[in-house]
Ligand binder design. Structure first.
Ligand code: PLP
Length: 402
């Protein structure tokens, strides 16, 4: 930022402030992480200057190649990036590394399999799904006829409900994946149900992709027709998306990304994605992802010991939801009170939430970023006790207010 300040004091100073905020706060946002300096450097490299609309891999997808000259090196880079991601997930699926974000990846995934108006069976935002899984305010809810399966009374995805609704609806696509779900997702049973009703099966593994890569969560590869992800959450890479698909969908996936929904690929981000894939292939990455899960279990356990309610009663992955329904304050109140003491987390709806999405009765807590910064179980237990202090103070204040 010192360098940037020479050209723009305002931008440089804001980046400095944000850097210090990130450095000094305990970051518990489940969808964030700190990528390596190598990833950051690749993303800030000269590749940012290069246009390369199209694809390098004429051989695999039948695509026509690039629409620009001078792509010799970015061609090699993009092919290398694709190969590395296949290696990370031990898959022979086709992969498109161009989506600018997870939402773009999902847009392309749907486009490859569906026509507007087709029926999707999915997990709702309220129960842990993402906006792009069929929310009425998102393109997914507007373009497609989306119906939702439920979670059971404990908060687990209800596979009986998935089966029943799949048989009743006969959707063209069954979709799973989540932004706020703390348990293993049973991809095998999902794929069996999809087969029973003749539906396609798509998985958005954005949150758990790092765990999948490290063997800490079962893989969707081999089960799903299409798998999408972001690269910036548990994968700890640059902001961006990937779409994988069975080879029969390769051409459709590629044309859904470019030219249908994007223009020139961000080759600098693709370089960051390639560095991230190489990092994910190292033994240290497995150790990291394991620690993320162990830390999350410890943090969750500390809350449970103090008598808190947790959706599903625990966690199998990097995230869990504290259920605050019994308190006089909302998830938003706790988010703001935590902000004031340097703890960053986010409000989140809990299943059957009575409060509005802007208030919510829960908060979402994740361990991926602070594990990158070296936190171990005892550090996270201390964080739980600190949040408990904030809760007690907030509860007292709200009661006094009343
Ligand atoms: N899919 C899931 C499960 C997510 O949690 C998110 C973002 O949080 C996305 C997709 C969208 O990613 P992006 O913000 O890159 O569009």
């Amino acid at each position: 930022y010192e360098f940037i300040k020479k050209t723009s004091p305002t931008v440089g100073a804001l980046i400095e402030k944000e850097y210090n905020r990130q450095k000094n706060n305990v970051e518990l946002i489940a969808s964030e992480n700190y990528c390596s300096e190598a990833v950051l450097a690749a993303c800030g490299s000269c590749l940012s200057w290069k246009y390369a609309e199209g694809y390098p891999y004429v051989r695999t997808s039948g695509n026509k190649g690039r629409y620009y000259g001078g792509t010799e090196f970015v061609d090699q880079l993009e092919e290398y990036c694709c190969d590395k991601w296949r290696e990370v997930f031990k898959t022979d699926y086709h992969v498109n590394v161009q989506p600018h974000s997870g939402s773009q990846a999902n847009f392309a995934g749907y486009k490859a399999l569906l026509e507007p108006g087709d029926t999707i069976l999915s997990l709702s935002l309220d129960n842990g799904g993402h906006l792009t899984h069929g929310s009425s305010v998102n393109f997914s809810g507007k373009l497609y006829d989306v119906h939702f399966y439920d979670v059971d009374e404990k908060g687990y995805i209800d596979m009986d409900d998935v089966r029943k609704k799949a048989h009743d609806l006969k959707p063209k696509l069954i979709m799973t994946g989540a932004s706020a779900y703390s348990r293993i997702i049973d991809f095998k049973t999902f794929s069996e149900i999809a087969k029973e009703v003749g539906a396609y099966f798509m998985v958005d593994m954005a949150h758990i992709a790092g765990l999948v890569a490290a063997g800490e969560h079962p893989t969707p590869f081999g089960y799903a027709d299409i798998v999408t992800t972001t690269t910036h959450k548990t994968l700890r890479g640059p902001r961006g998306g990937l779409v994988f698909g069975k080879q029969e969908f390769a051409k459709k996936i590629d044309s859904a990304v470019f030219p249908y929904s994007q223009g020139g690929p961000l080759e600098h981000i693709i370089a960051g994605k390639a560095v991230c894939a190489e990092e994910a292939l190292k033994p240290e990455f497995k150790t990291y992802e394991h620690q993320v899960v162990v830390n999350c279990a410890a943090l969750c356990d500390e809350f449970l010991k103090m008598g808190y309610k947790v959706v599903t009663g625990g966690t199998d992955n990097h995230v869990f939801l504290l259920d605050l329904s019994q308190f006089s304050f909302s998830g938003r109140d706790l988010q703001e009170a935590c902000d004031a003491v340097g703890i960053t987390l986010n409000k989140n709806a809990v299943p059957n939430d009575k409060r509005s999405p802007m208030q919510t009765s829960g908060v979402r807590i994740g361990t991926a970023p602070m594990t990158t910064r070296g936190f171990k179980e005892e550090d996270f237990r201390a964080v739980a006790r600190r949040i408990d202090e904030v809760v007690k103070k907030l509860d007292k204040e709200k009661k006094e207010e009343k």
